[in-house]
Each structure stands twice: as C-alpha cells, then as structure tokens.
Ligand binder design. Structure first.
Ligand code: THU
Length: 291
C-alpha cells in the first residue's frame, strides 16, 4: 500500500533522548494493560504534558474496549483525557504503540483529539518490539490540503456547479443549536452493479455532543446502507479551504473505511472549491490491514 506512506523519520530507541525513551517505555508498559477482548489488538500511549505552571508530567493509557463498540476508548485518548483532568493541557510529546506487528498509526478520532492539545507535540510512533520509532509531529497527522489552485464557481462545469449549490443547500438544513456550525456534505459512490448515486448529509447536533453526527458521516453511512461503496468522492463544506485539519479526523477515518483512494472536494462559502484526497488529509492512516 505505497499510497499510505508512513509518516516521520525512523529513529532507533538508542538514539532517542532520555525523556523520549522514558515515554516510549511507558507507552509499551501501558499496552500490557490493554482491555481488548474484541480486537485482540493492544495499544499503549504515554503523553508528556505541561500544566499552566509549566510543570511537566507523564500520563499513560491503553485501549479499553466495550461490548458496545462505540464506547471503546483508544489508548491515546485514555492517556490524554487523564492528563487534561489533572490540568496538564499542553501536550509536548506523545508516544504510541500498536503492539501487533507491523503496528499502526493513530486513528482519525485520536488525531482530532491530540490536535486540540498541541499540534507541535512530538509524535513517537513505536514501530517494532525493540521500541524503535518513527518521529513526526501531531500536526502532521491532520495537515491542510496541499496548496493547489482554488477553482472558482464560475470556472466549474454545469454538473459541478450543481453539486456545489446542493452541498451548500444541505449546509442550510443543518440542526446545530450547540455547535452553531452548520455544514453540508455530498457523497458520490458506485454500487457493485456499477450504478452511481449521490447521498446527502447535514450536521445534526445532540445535547450530549458525542451523539452528534457530522454531515459527511450521514452521507457516507447512507451510501453504505444502500450498498454504494466504490469509487467514492466526498464533497463537503469547510470554513476555510487553506486551514489545517479542514475535515474532522473522525470523518476522515470513516472515509478511510471505503479505502485509501477516496477523492475529496472542499467547498467554501464563496462557492470556491479545492480538490484533494484522503491520503493528503489523513496521511499514514490506520486501517483494517493493521488488525
Ligand atoms: N486503537 C487505539 O487504541 N488507538 C489507535 O489509534 C488505533 C486503534 C484501538 C481501538 C481498538 O480497541 C483497537 O485498537 C482496534 O481498532
């Protein structure tokens, strides 16, 4: 899977500084406490974080699974929420290990979570049982779309103009009393029989926040329900075409379940578009082949 290139610079355990080595070992130890009866895929994480007084501490976590799949928490979020609960909100260094060879990389939801507390944090992704790592940054997990030319609405053909109008119309139908962030999405996909259809979605909030659903996910799950899972293209509204992390990490992870080859089109309020791809927005993605 050459399209899904690994992020970061390979570095041997012995070449790491003492702090990084300690963090890697803490992540490794935490993975032994993984509660993963569903996946048998133990993951450990350790996070070096600072509080407002500039004090630093290490927090660790493992994945904790549940009979109800969505109640599972990943190792990175387990470690990170513990840090935040203790007042350590500035993440400086994050170590992760998926102990099953050949390992993996943080899932989209964990990327989204980690980004909130430090895009500049050093990421140490442990790649083997000798605790050698790939070194990157948390920000690299959710980059901006590559700077290709933005296309204006007027430059689009009639078919694409219709898609742009439709996705903005979906945005207008959003139910967003809490996030106040209306968004709309279209998902175009083909069936086994080679038919192509467009599925629509809008943002829907829920008072518990976690029960909210992103417009992209509404459209993608509708497509999957109808059996349209091939040659997928996601068209979605964003606030800014050039910002880092233009689409939420969890949404990108849902898109990843359709394969790494998915195309993505970002649409802004001016009806301009930027064409990109899943591999650009979610590099080195975690997928079913890791399990
Ligand atoms: N998992 C993590 O703990 N972190 C990741 O970044 C990837 C996935 C867990 C969730 C689940 O318990 C198992 O690994 C298989 O996906």
């Amino acid at each position: 899977m050459s399209k899904n290139k690994a992020l970061g610079v390979y570095t041997s355990f012995s070449a790491l500084g003492a702090t990084a080595q300690g963090l890697v070992s803490a992540a490794w130890d935490a993975s032994h406490r993984a509660f993963c009866f569903q996946s048998n895929f133990p993951v450990g994480s350790a996070i070096l974080a600072e509080n407002d007084r500039g004090e630093a501490r290490v927090f660790h976590g493992c994945n904790v699974e549940n009979d109800f799949f969505p109640a599972t928490i990943c190792a990175e979020r387990n470690a990170g929420t513990t840090a935040v609960a203790e007042g350590y909100t500035r993440f400086k260094m994050v170590a992760v290990v998926c102990r099953k060879y050949p390992g993996g990389s943080p899932c989209g939801l964990c990327r989204q979570f980690l980004n909130q507390f430090g895009r500049a944090a050093v990421l140490l992704n442990i790649v083997d049982h000798d605790k050698n790592v790939r070194v990157a940054t948390v920000g690299e997990l959710l980059p901006s779309a590559p700077e290709t030319a933005v296309e204006t609405y007027d430059s689009l053909d009639a078919t694409e103009r219709r898609l742009v109008r439709r996705v903005l119309e979906m945005k207008g139908r959003s139910y967003v009393p809490y996030s106040k962030n209306p968004r709309g999405s279209l998902f175009i996909a083909s069936s086994n029989a080679g038919k192509t259809r467009t599925f629509t979605g809008m943002a829907s909030d829920n008072a518990s926040y976690g029960g909210s659903i992103a417009p992209e996910n509404v459209a993608m799950y509708s497509a999957r329900t109808a059996g349209f899972t091939h040659n997928v293209r996601l068209i979605t509204t964003v606030k800014d075409l050039h910002t880092a992390n233009p689409i939420d990490g969890e949404v990108l992870q849902v898109l990843r379940e359709f394969g790494v080859d998915s195309d993505v089109v970002l649409v802004d309020d001016n009806r301009s578009i930027l064409r990109t791809a899943l591999t650009s927005l979610l590099p080195d993605s975690f997928g079913p082949e890791s399990l």
